[in-house]
Design a binder for this molecule. Structure first.
Ligand code: PBG
Length: 324
């Protein structure tokens, strides 16, 4: 049999496969999301996310320290607020004494070398469980900006490196950029949730934070999973408004969107490998239906291969432990 081209030659041994490998993963690619609760000495596993915990600030410091030793240097902290601290205007989000802001400040003071990210949206603090102010069953766009600006300034003041406006409503990046600059926070970055889809894959995250919407869904602000061209409009706006990074979320069901933005924009592209994507792998691995570690690596590789420079993933620590 004469065949000039035999692609198998480039797969014949580990050494050759390693030479021709196009995509590699490193702990430096990851931002590790962490869930914060109030109180002390708390470390409670999220039921729908095996291996992921809600930490009180004291134990979160230990977790960050442990991760740093493993080579993870970027963290995104999400607070879980008790119902009694929530209200319709999310006022707790910018209360200077609130446990979230205090924890951010202490993490950054203890570990100034890390990259600390936070989420800018009303849902964890909202008695309606929505990302914006609710009036007569509608989610208000412009009126919510003032709350987001206060939240952003409070988080920047606490020492956050990257703010993540995540409500997928209009005009966020520009408004927050201007407020930050006016207050002297010119070095605080913005990672826009550029193409965030109204997805069923956020279920376990909403369990972790008790932040599910109390009525309706998020379809008037998050994108329709059917659409890709609309992501280009969102990305254009985020570019113009001054975003430093563009994010696609979820990641695995939206690899085409990651690729599309990577091909059309010069900003670094981030992808959020969300809670449901994590839990699906964990659940089937627990049943012995798939090899969890291999499925983790394959998923992370696919996200990077699609064009994401940065991956927000609950697998960050597990990946680092495996390498170490
Ligand atoms: C809320 C927010 C969500 C996530 C990150 N920020 C949930 C939502 O939009 O309902 C989801 C993350 C995940 O599922 O891992 N602003």
């Amino acid at each position: 049999m004469s065949m000039l081209r035999r692609p198998r030659r480039n797969r014949k041994s580990t050494a050759v496969r390693d030479l021709v490998r196009e995509t590699t993963l490193s702990t430096e690619d990851f931002i590790f999301p962490l869930f914060l609760v109030s109180g002390q000495n708390q470390k409670v596993e999220v039921e729908s996310m095996p291996g992921i915990y809600r930490f009180s600030a004291d134990l979160m410091l230990k977790e960050v320290e442990e991760c740093l030793k493993l080579g993870i240097r970027a963290f995104d902290v999400f607070p879980a607020y008790p119902e009694e601290l929530k209200d319709s205007m999310a006022t707790e989000s910018y209360n200077p004494d609130t446990f979230y802001l205090k924890a951010l400040r202490s993490i950054k003071e203890n570990f100034p070398e890390i990259c600390l990210m936070s989420d800018v949206a009303m849902d964890p603090y909202s008695s309606d469980g929505h990302d914006g102010i609710v009036k007569d069953g509608k989610i208000l766009n412009d009126e919510t900006l003032e709350v987001l600006a206060r939240m952003s300034l409070a988080q920047a003041d606490a020492g956050v490196d990257i703010l993540g406006p995540s409500d997928m409503m209009d005009g966020r990046v520009g408004f927050i950029r201007e407020e930050l600059d006016n207050a002297g926070f010119t070095d605080t970055s913005i990672m826009s949730y550029t193409a965030k889809y109204a997805s069923s894959f956020y279920g376990p995250f909403r369990d972790a934070l008790d932040s599910a919407p109390k009525f309706g869904d998020k379809k008037t602000y998050q994108m329709d999973p059917s659409n890709s061209r609309e992501a280009l409009i969102e990305a254009d706006l985020d570019m113009e408004e001054g975003a430093d990074f563009l994010m696609v979320k979820p990641a695995l069901a939206y690899l085409d969107i990651i690729q599309l933005l990577n091909q059309n924009f010069d900003l670094p592209i981030a992808a959020y490998n969300v809670s449901g994507e994590y839990s699906m792998i964990k659940a089937s691995a627990e049943r012995g239906w798939i090899d969890g570690e291999k499925a983790m690596i394959e998923s992370l590789l696919s996200i990077k291969r699609a064009g994401a420079k940065i991956i927000l993933t609950y697998f960050a620590k597990e990946f680092a432990l495996m390498k170490g």
